[in-house]
Design a protein around this ligand. Structure first.
Ligand code: NAP
Length: 509
C-alpha cells in the first residue's frame, strides 16, 4: 500500500495528515503501531500533555498501578516478558508504552503539547479542519483516542475552595508536597483511593478516609515475578500467551453477574466477604467497610493492601456525609475533622474534553449528542460524524475485561477500515443512523439482567435514568468478533476525486 493512503499533498500550510489521531495513550500508541504494520505511515498523533502515555503518564499518585495483571494489561502484539511484578506499577507501564512507541516507529508521529480546540468536517473538501493551540491541521480521517478518564471530577462540596491547606486531586499529584507527619483527608474510596490510602498510611500522621459508598474488595495476590518466569516467557513466548489467556478467561467471568444475571454474583461476593473477614477483625469496622449493594454494580477492586491499611491506628474511617469544607478541615454530622491536606480521589468526569469541541454535520458536538443519551456503534463510530472513529467511545468498554483488550479490538476495526477505505477509493464514510439506533437499543436491552444495572448502587455504569451509560453488556470475545472486520455495509459511502491539499511535502499516492 502507498504511504499516503488518502490524497495528494502539496507544500505549504495548513498541515495535512491522512489520519489525525488525538491522544497518545494506550489507544493512540497502539493505533499508531498497527497503522505502521499496515504500511499506513501518513498519520499524526496530537497529545495535549508533554509526555506520551495518557492516563499512565498523568496519574502519578503514590501507589499508582494497574489492578489487571500486566500479562493481560498490555498489547497482544507487543508482549513484555520483563514485567517485574504481576501487576505493573505506573512507572513500569509508562516505560512499556514508551518502548512500544519507539520500537514500532510511532514516536516520530507524535506531537506533544498540542491541544485540539475545535474540529469540524468540511463537506466540500471531505476533510476535517482541526484547530489546535499550535496551529491548524486538516485530515482525511479523525480518530479520537482521548480515553474515558481524562478530566478530574472535582466534587461540588460547599466551601471546598475555602480550605487553607493543600488540596489536590489524585490526577494532579504534587510530588513537591511532603505529607509526612501530616493529617491528610482522602475523599473517595474508588480504585484510585484504594491504591493511594495504603501509601499515605505509611507516612502520614493520620489519614481520614471519607467513604460515601463502600467498595467491594477482592484478593489481588500481587508478587514479584521470578527470573525463571521472565526467562521462560522470553524463551517460550507461548507460556506468556497461556498466562494471558488464563487471566483473560478469569476476568471475563465477571460478566456472569455483570450482565448475564445477578444470581451469578454469589461466588464473587463470597470472595469479597472472605477478604473483609480475613483482613478486618473488628466487627464494627468490618460492618462499616461492608458494601451494601451487589458486587459488580460498581467496578470491584483488586487489593490486598487496602483493608490492612484501614485497620491501622492512624487511619480513621468517616462514613457520614460531608456537609462542608471549612478553612481548617471537613465538617460532617459527627463534627469537624481538622486536617492539614485534602486529597480528592473523586474520579473523573465521564466526558473527555475533546467531546465538546468536535462538531458533527448537524452543528452539534459529540457532547451534545451524548448528553441526550450515550450513543455510538461499538464505541468506534458515530452517525453524524463522517470520516471519524473513536476508541473507547460509549459501549466500547467492558466492565469485565481489560481495557486494553477492548482497545485492541477497536484498533483492529479501524485499521481494517482505513485499509479498505483507501483500496476502494472511498472519500466519505458515515455510520448509518439506523445502524446506530439498532445497536444502542441492543445495548440497553441486553444490560438489564445483571448487577451493572440492577446491583442497587449508583455508578458511572448507569446514567441518571438508571440505563446503561456506555458499557458493552456482552462477552469481549463476541465484541472482538464484531470488530474483526470493518462492516462497510453499515456506512453511507461516497467515492470521488479529492482536491489536493497543501502540506509540507508532496508524496505520490
Ligand atoms: P471512581 O471509581 O469514580 O471513584 C470516585 C470515588 O469518589 C467514589 O468512592 C465516590 O463515591 C467518591 N466521591 C465522588 N464524589 C464524592 C463526593 N462529592 N463526596 C464523597 N465522595 C465522593 O474514581 P477512581 O477511583 O479514580 O477510578 C476511576 C476509574 O479509573 C475507574 O474505572 C477505575 O476502575 C479506574 N482505575 C483503575 C485502576 C486500575 O488499577 N486498573 C486504578 C485506578 C483507577 P461513590 O462511590 O459514592 O460515588
Amino acid at each position: 500500500m502507498s504511504t499516503t493512503p488518502f490524497r495528494r499533498r502539496r507544500r505549504s500550510d495548513p498541515q495535512h495528515t491522512a489520519v489525525l489521531v488525538v491522544g497518545a495513550g494506550f489507544g493512540g500508541i497502539g493505533l499508531g503501531a498497527r497503522l505502521r504494520q499496515a504500511h499506513i505511515t501518513d498519520f499524526t498523533i496530537l497529545e495535549r500533555t508533554e509526555d506520551l502515555g495518557g492516563t499512565w503518564s498523568r496519574n502519578t499518585y503514590p501507589g499508582a498501578a494497574c489492578d489487571v495483571p500486566s500479562n493481560l494489561y498490555s498489547y497482544a502484539f507487543a508482549p513484555n516478558p520483563d514485567w517485574s511484578r504481576k501487576y505493573g506499577t505506573q512507572p513500569e507501564i509508562l516505560g512499556y508504552l514508551r518502548r512500544v512507541s519507539d520500537d514500532f516507529g510511532v514516536t516520530p508521529h507524535i506531537r506533544l503539547g498540542t491541544t485540539v480546540t475545535a474540529a469540524r468536517f468540511d463537506e466540500d473538501a471531505r476533510l476535517w479542519h482541526v484547530t489546535t493551540d499550535r496551529g491548524e491541521w486538516t485530515a482525511d480521517v479523525l480518530v479520537s483516542a482521548v480515553g474515558a478518564f481524562a478530566e478530574a471530577s472535582i466534587p461540588d462540596i460547599e466551601g471546598l475552595s475555602t480550605f487553607t491547606g493543600p488540596l489536590m486531586h489524585t490526577l494532579h499529584w504534587d510530588h513537591d508536597l511532603d505529607l509526612t507527619g501530616k493529617r491528610v483527608a482522602v475523599i473517595g474510596t474508588g480504585a484510585t483511593a484504594v491504591q493511594v490510602i495504603p501509601e499515605l498510611q505509611q507516612t502520614a500522621e493520620q489519614v481520614v478516609v471519607f467513604q460515601r459508598t463502600a467498595p467491594w474488595i477482592v484478593p489481588r495476590r500481587d508478587r514479584r515475578t521470578s527470573s525463571f518466569e521472565r526467562r521462560l516467557y522470553r524463551r517460550i513466548p507461548a507460556t506468556q500467551r497461556a498466562s494471558r489467556a488464563a487471566w483473560y478467561a478469569g476476568i471475563e467471568s465477571f460478566g456472569l453477574p455483570g450482565f448475564v444475571h445477578t444470581a451469578f454474583r454469589h461466588p464473587f461476593e463470597a470472595l469479597g466477604r472472605m477478604q473483609l473477614r480475613r483482613q478486618v477483625a473488628d466487627p464494627e469496622l468490618r460492618a462499616r467497610l461492608a458494601p451494601d449493594y451487589m458486587i459488580g454494580c460498581k467496578r470491584a477492586i483488586f487489593s490486598d493492601a487496602y483493608y490492612p491499611a484501614m485497620i491501622q491506628p492512624n487511619v480513621d474511617l468517616v462514613t457520614d456525609r460531608i456537609e462542608s469544607v471549612i478553612p481548617e478541615g471537613i465538617v460532617t454530622a459527627s463534627g469537624t475533622h481538622a486536617v492539614d491536606a485534602i486529597v480528592l480521589a473523586t474520579g473523573f468526569t465521564a466526558m473527555p474534553m475533546l467531546a465538546s469541541v468536535v462538531t458533527g454535520t448537524d452543528g452539534r458536538t459529540i457532547e451534545d449528542h451524548y448528553r441526550e443519551r450515550p450513543q455510538s456503534f461499538l464505541g468506534v463510530a458515530n452517525a453524524g460524524f463522517p470520516n471519524m472513529f473513536t476508541i473507547l467511545g460509549p459501549f466500547g468498554a467492558a466492565g469485565n475485561q481489560s481495557a486494553v483488550v477492548m482497545i485492541e479490538a477497536q484498533i483492529t476495526y479501524i485499521v481494517d477500515a482505513l485499509t479498505r477505505i483507501h483500496r476502494a477509493g472511498i472519500t466519505r464514510f458515515e455510520l448509518r443512523r439506523d445502524e446506530q439506533e439498532a445497536f444502542v437499543e441492543e445495548m440497553h436491552a441486553r444490560a438489564g439482567k445483571g448487577t451493572w444495572l440492577r446491583g442497587g448502587c449508583s455508578s458511572y455504569y448507569t446514567n441518571g435514568s438508571g440505563m446503561n451509560a456506555g458499557l458493552f453488556p456482552g462477552w469481549s470475545f463476541e465484541y472482538r468478533s464484531r470488530t474483526r472486520r470493518w462492516d462497510a455495509e453499515r456506512y453511507e459511502l461516497a467515492r470521488g476525486r479529492l482536491a489536493r491539499v497543501d502540506v509540507a511535502e508532496e508524496v505520490s499516492p
